[in-house]
Design a protein around this ligand. Structure first.
Ligand code: JFZ
Length: 571
């Protein structure tokens, strides 16, 4: 057991400290449809089309006879992945549709036996990955299987009352996982997903089964019952502050995972690099998705984005690979940080000043560089070490990496402090829970889950160095009530909230006064309510507390609180 734990620890360090960035590939029979069925576009993610459109398996399975991706070239795909700077890849060996993208002896419903193409793409990709030093990993839908009569999820062909999950689990899942972990060399990780119905005993069995076959193969957090080797965040989820365990964000380039003809909502390369940098700053890995089409071509937008990310990483990879998360308690308005030994990397995502002010670094600084060229800085020893860095850069440089070379390993004061613009950001994720019987948890997008109870009370202590008048606002965020990613975000307002700032109480109703871009996650915008002004006349330690006097919870979302912000107005 102890030996096994050591093996896992080594594998975790390799993936989550050294590699940081991976590519997800969603490819299956759904790629042939590209999100269209009977002349109409299926809503949201395209690989769910069989369920969305309730396509009978007898009809859906005929797609296999049309699967003939003549342009598929494993070497070309992996070359592109390597060029993007990714260090691992995860390929769908079987998605919810139930079709094996490899030569399976367990089920004829597979790419070699059931298609005119007849090639094992998992074999070709695993060989190519090894040639390029990319850690090869697999996705396997262990719970949902809409083809198997006993798999979970297909209630349009099968009667759920008559299904026996154990039969599916014994006769398909275990033997297919065995094939995957036996026939394709070392597998870095297996990405199980949507544990909607599996019980704890079966999750446990599957974890042990994987480790028995390949002790160093990591198991994703979505195995169910918290039994994974690392945490998998919700789709496109990014936390608000550092999460100090191994975790990964699966990220889409547009909105769908599988190829979708009508999804043109592409993120730019700059946005994607900001995601990567923001995620690594908070201590996570970024698994960025591509959805090749029916012919085996990767969408041109994805190719362009991967090439651009690769160029950025060629120059700035030292601020990503092998680093540890932001040592401060919060991100800054201008971006995030990573560090390694005596180096602190500032990741500047955006800024509208000509200098960066960094408070709380305890080390003396030897040099500050951009692209290995020294730039000007001043460091005072009063006022808790304020470091001022002169910057004058154009928007296209962002994220811009600034490297601080300090004397000795980086040490910081990570109290909550004013930002460079003197505002104070109080994130739910770093609040103290002041209600004894609190059940409040923070979700994968940094907001409170299920704030419905009026007994809840959150608080923060922080320091003010620049006193003055502040506008107080509350940031809330949308959520998905039923956990289904294929529905739009929902939001509830109308809650009566009281926020106590430096002993002054402000009360108000939560409404969507302003919608603002969430700087680290374009999928979840901020909704802002202004609560009024407070005066903080002197420097010193202060406290903020927030409670709900009344919560509206018709959609069972409640008060989806992300942060309270004190914006500096004047001295
Ligand atoms: C899952 C898959 O369903 C999806 O197709 C894709 O592979 C993505 C990476 O992972 O996304 C889901 C789907 C449903 C839930 C969570 C994640 N859910 O309802 O909780």
């Amino acid at each position: 057991m102890e030996h096994q734990n050591k093996i896992i620890k080594t594998a975790l360090d390799d993936l989550f400290i050294e590699r940081k960035f991976g590519i997800f590939i969603h490819w299956g029979l759904y790629s042939i449809l590209g999100g269209r069925w009977n002349g109409k576009t299926t809503p949201y993610i395209s690989e769910w089309i069989m369920l969305r459109e309730q396509i009978p398996f007898k009809e859906y399975q005929t797609l296999a006879s049309r699967f003939n991706p003549q342009d598929f070239d494993a070497e070309k795909w992996v070359e592109l992945i390597a060029r993007s700077g990714a260090k691992y890849m995860v390929v769908t060996a079987k998605h919810h549709e139930g079709f094996a993208m490899y030569h399976s002896k367990v089920s004829k419903y597979n790419i070699v036996d059931a298609t005119p193409f007849g090639r094992d793409i998992i074999k070709e990709l695993s060989d190519a990955a090894r040639r390029h030093n990319i850690k090869f990993c697999l996705y396997y839908s262990h719970d949902q299987d809409w083809y198997d009569p006993n798999g979970f999820g297909n209630n349009w062909d099968y009667d759920p009352q008559k299904q026996d999950f154990n039969v599916y689990f014994e006769r398909k899942v275990l033997p297919q996982v065995e094939e995957l972990l036996t026939n394709y060399g070392e597998i870095g990780m297996i990405w199980f997903d949507t544990p909607f119905s599996i019980d704890k005993a079966n999750s446990r069995r599957l974890v042990d089964f994987v480790h028995g076959l390949q002790p160093a193969c990591l198991v994703s957090g979505r195995i169910g019952h918290d039994l994974g080797d690392f945490a998998e965040l919700c789709d496109n989820g990014v936390p608000s502050t550092v999460v100090d365990t191994e975790w990964e964000t699966p990220l889409t380039m547009n909105d769908s995972w599988g190829y979708k003809i009508d999804d043109a909502n592409w993120k730019s390369a700059q946005t994607l690099v900001r995601y990567l940098s923001g995620i690594v700053g908070k201590g996570g890995n970024c698994l960025l998705n591509i959805g090749p089409d029916k012919d085996g071509n990767i969408p041109v937008q994805s190719i362009d984005n991967l090439n651009a990310i690769g160029r950025w990483l060629d120059k700035n990879g030292k601020a990503i690979y092998g680093t540890s998360h932001n040592p401060f308690s919060l991100d800054y308005n201008w971006g995030t940080l990573t560090c390694r030994d005596n180096r602190l990397y500032l990741h500047i995502h955006n800024f509208d000043d000509n200098k960066i002010v960094l408070k709380g670094l305890k080390n003396r600084v030897n040099a500050v560089t951009v692209d290995d060229r020294p730039i000007g800085f001043t460091q005072s020893d009063k006022n808790n070490e304020v470091l001022e860095i002169a910057l004058n850069r154009s928007e296209q440089d962002f994220p811009l990496i600034v490297c601080i070379e300090a004397q000795g390993d980086i040490e910081v004061d990570n109290a909550i402090m004013q930002q460079g613009d003197n505002s104070v950001v109080l994130e739910a994720s770093v609040a103290a829970n002041l209600c004894e019987k609190s059940r409040l948890a923070i979700n994968h997008i940094g907001a409170t889950d299920n704030w419905i109870d009026t007994d809840e009370l959150l608080g923060w202590k922080f320091r003010i160095d620049e006193p003055g008048t502040f506008d107080v606002s509350i940031v809330t965020i949308g959520a998905r009530a039923d956990g289904d990613p294929a529905t739009p975000l929902e939001w509830e307002g109308g809650h009566q909230i009281t926020i106590n700032v430096a002993d002054k109480s402000l009360s108000g109703t939560i409404v969507k006064q302003v919608e603002k871009n969430n700087p680290t996650n374009s999928h979840f915008p901020f909704y802002i309510t202004n609560m009024g002004k407070v005066q903080i006349p002197r420097a010193g330690e202060y406290e903020v507390k927030i409670k709900a006097d009344n919560v509206v919870a018709e959609k069972r979302l409640g008060f989806t609180f992300r942060s309270a912000v004190l914006s500096f107005v004047s001295q």
